[in-house]
Design a protein. Structure first.
Length: 334
């Protein structure tokens, strides 16, 4: 019968005009409540969201500039990512404008002046050390494969084509390879990645003096530069120091092999710098890790897609083979 039915039955024998008024008010209240209960819940949720937003702004003193920009709507999240300038050794004697460039000097793009700055020696403060396999195709003049960025050799270096280590094969297994395969192996390399802060007094391409101070950079090395960087990191480890409390003084040395001239880094480790991390430097460290995480997320997604496509292709081939096989009953009946 329901609650309204019981109320009506109780008063049915003594109905007056006041009874009708009471029934009408009671019925109206119940109908409104039963048909609109969620409106009150939504208002509560909205109030909670408003309180959360107020709390975020109230804690603005504890937020980074990037977090503040997001909270006040200055950053709509449409930025494509963080680009870390790469430190390298210059091998070009001049630029496109005809400026004479110092060969063998380190160089970095400084966005504050919108151009490269050259110099040596330079001071590098390491924050993160990592590695990554990459496969360069000289015919396409581009990298056709890359692995995740990993920090120790125990990690499986999956790559974007669904394999590992971009197909790099250990030295002990290479004697069985064909000349073509060996040639391809030389285009697959393991790079050491050092993220840190760069400082030095250098010159722009036009010869003007320019000082770089604590610029966040990526120093990516391979080949003859791989071992010296690894040795420098080992020195810090043996001293039981954290990398970011130390500095590296980087210089370069000219080498010649046959007709090829190249430069290798010379690294002096200052393990007794005993530097501390400021709030800004901690944010820089977090940004470096975000860059690595973003890269690895993309690589893992491409790896999974490649594995799925390989599986699908294999299934399709198997299905084709099965469809081509004749029915045994038909064969025997012939």
């Amino acid at each position: 019968m329901g609650r309204l039915g019981y109320v009506r039955a109780y008063y049915w024998d003594n109905i007056t005009i006041w009874n009708y008024i009471i029934f009408f008010i009671y019925d109206s209240f119940c109908i409104i409540y039963l048909t609109n209960p969620l409106k009150y819940d939504i208002s509560i949720i909205n109030n909670k969201e408003a309180i959360m937003e107020k709390n975020e702004i109230a804690n603005i003193s504890k937020m980074s500039d990037e977090q503040i920009m997001l909270a006040i709507g200055q950053d709509d999240g449409s930025r494509s990512g963080t680009n870390v300038p790469r430190l390298g050794i210059n091998r070009s004697p001049e630029d496109d404008d005809g400026n004479q460039l110092p060969v063998g000097h380190f160089f970095i793009y400084d966005s504050s002046v919108g151009q490269n700055v050259f110099g040596k020696p330079v001071t590098f403060r390491p924050f993160i050390s990592a590695m990554q396999y990459m496969h360069y195709d000289p015919e396409k003049s581009e990298y056709v494969n890359r692995s995740i960025i990993f920090k120790n050799w125990k990690e499986e270096a999956i790559d974007i084509l669904g394999g590992t280590k971009c197909g790099k094969i250990p030295f002990k297994e290479r004697p069985s390879l064909t000349p073509e395969q060996l040639s391809e192996q030389r285009t697959i390399r393991c790079y050491r990645l050092l993220y840190g802060l760069l400082s030095f007094k250098g010159k722009k391409a036009n010869g003007e003096d320019h000082e770089v101070a604590n610029l966040p950079v990526l120093w990516r090395v391979t080949g003859t530069a791989f071992a010296p960087v690894g040795s420098a990191i080992d020195q810090v480890k043996k001293r039981k120091k954290l990398m970011f409390t130390t500095t590296f003084s980087l210089d370069s040395k000219r080498q010649k092999k046959g007709g090829n001239v190249y430069y290798t880094p010379e690294i002096s480790v200052n393990a007794d710098a005993n530097l501390t991390m400021s709030k800004e430097e901690m944010e820089t460290l977090s940004t470096f890790q975000e860059v690595i995480t973003t890269e690895n997320t993309e690589v893992v997604a491409l790896y999974n897609d490649a594995k799925k496509n390989k599986y699908t292709k294999k299934d399709a081939e198997s299905a084709t083979i099965v469809s081509d096989v004749e029915d045994p009953a038909e064969v025997l009946s012939k």
